[in-house]
Design a protein around this ligand. Structure first.
Ligand code: SF4
Ligand code: SF4
Length: 168
């Protein structure tokens, strides 16, 4: 199947040679899921299971599961894994593969559009301002980041992705 050939190529391109080898030393201790803040609030998200599926070569199943996108890239799993498996880095690579094969969830596209426009992932609401005041935090000021953001988007190739998304 064409998609399988593409997937193989993507795994090689994005994952690199040792992508799957790194998880072969996982002994399923569950330390990664025990410290995962996402797993605390969503019992269906489980980095241990993702590593297990990866070690079995079940990449299709992983990238077709939207739960993958719940990882917030906090690196707790990477820091705590007794086998020094870079779990969070591997999950990012899996997300990159999923993005190429399936695209990225709409919520992320909207966040990207907002970053391109304002430099923030969401607008500053009055509720945010009130909460900051209660916490004695300084007021947020909207600074002009247009030039810097444009440069970052260009250097990461995100501008091309956004242009395509906007045309949809
Ligand atoms: S902490 Fe490391 S060894 Fe333990 S289950 Fe997670 S990835 Fe595997
Ligand atoms: S990086 Fe992702 S998988 Fe790892 S602990 Fe943080 S949220 Fe969980």
């Amino acid at each position: 199947m064409e998609i399988e050939k593409d997937l193989e190529k993507l795994i090689e391109e994005i994952g690199g040679e040792d992508f799957q080898k790194k998880v072969q030393v996982c002994y399923q201790c569950g330390t990664c899921v025990g410290g995962c803040p996402v797993a605390w609030v969503n019992e269906n998200f489980n980095p241990r299971k993702i590593m297990l599926a990866l070690s079995r070569g079940e990449i299709d199943e992983i990238i077709n599961n939207d739960l993958l996108w719940f990882c917030c890239y906090c690196h707790t799993c990477l820091e705590r894994c007794p086998q020094k498996i870079p779990v969070s880095e591997i999950i990012v690579k899996l997300k990159n593969i999923a993005a190429k094969v399936r695209g990225i969830p709409e919520g992320y596209v909207n966040e990207l559009k907002m970053i391109a426009k304002t430099g923030r992932i969401s607008s500053i609401s009055s509720a945010t301002e009130r909460r900051r005041e209660q916490l004695n935090l300084p007021k947020l000021v909207q600074t002009s980041v247009e030039k810097d953001i444009k440069r970052i988007l260009k250097q990461t190739g995100t501008n091309l992705f956004l242009e395509k998304e906007i045309k949809k």
